[in-house]
Design a protein around this ligand. Structure first.
Ligand SMILES: Nc1ncnc2c1ncn2[C@@H]1O[C@H](COP(=O)(O)OP(=O)(O)O)[C@@H](O)[C@H]1O
Ligand SMILES: [Mg+2]
Length: 216
């Protein structure tokens, strides 16, 4: 469902990474590792159309997203992608239920039954009326995970999603995310330094300046 060909990203003339080629099948879970600063976050942003690419193509569900204009890219993301970032990015003035329901609201397809189900699935049942400031870090990331899942995207992109959590919380939150992508058959590309995640993924790849290499 994802075909990346010869993706290169430069700032001025300096390449951050070059020649990234990647295929992800429907439902496949790929973990990406690599040194700090090698361009992992930049690469995920390029896959999502949140950053411009210097060379190469990103084909998702038979659409070359690098060829879409900004508005078409935004609509494509809204429908087909879910994101989980290291820093949660939960909206502070919305309660948990409204944060999680946001993708469905934007698509014009609110669904309270699905909202309740996804809150329960990630371990947030009963917390829908809380504001983000009333949550722990682990709970905040569960909100972000539920928000990434609720519209049943074909692909979830996750950038060190447990990097801001203590190791025990990270394990539990990661399990919630992996259980959900496996249950729903959602493909996932996840940047992570966690051995646990790497052991759960179908494949592990390492980003270097000259491309993606197989680790396992
Ligand atoms: N706007 C920018 N202009 C120039 N260089 C940038 C810009 N944004 C990021 N970079 C550089 O791109 C490299 C990759 O960053 P990043 O994708 O955050 O790496 P990682 O996620 O692997 O730690 C870093 O060396 C960073 O300094
Ligand atoms: Mg990063």
């Amino acid at each position: 469902m994802l075909q990346v060909r010869n993706l290169t990203k430069r700032y001025d003339s300096e390449a951050v990474f070059a020649d990234v080629t990647l295929d992800v099948a429907a439902g496949e879970f790929v973990a990406i590792v690599g040194e700090s600063g090698v361009g992992k976050s930049t690469m995920l942003n390029c896959l999502a159309g949140l950053d411009t690419v210097s060379e190469g193509t990103v084909k998702m569900l038979d659409t070359d997203v690098t060829k879409l204009d900004d508005q078409a890219q935004a609509l494509f993301r809204r429908r087909h992608l879910g994101f989980v970032f290291q820093a949660f990015h939960v909206l502070p003035h919305l309660d948990v239920a409204s944060n999680v329901a946001l993708p469905l609201m934007l698509l014009g397809t609110p669904d309270d039954v699905r909202l309740e189900a996804v809150l329960k699935a990630v371990g947030l049942d009963g917390l829908g009326a809380r504001l983000p400031q009333q949550l722990s870090g682990g709970q905040l990331q569960r909100v972000a995970i539920a928000r990434a899942l609720i519209h049943r995207p074909a692909l979830i992109l996750a950038d060190e999603p447990t990097g801001n959590l203590d190791p025990q919380t990270a394990e539990k939150v990661m399990k919630a995310l992996v259980d959900q992508i496996r249950d729903n058959g959602t493909a996932c590309v996840m940047v992570t330094h966690s051995q646990t995640v790497a052991s759960l993924a179908d494949r592990v790849l390492c980003l270097t300046r000259t491309g993606l290499r197989d680790v396992r």
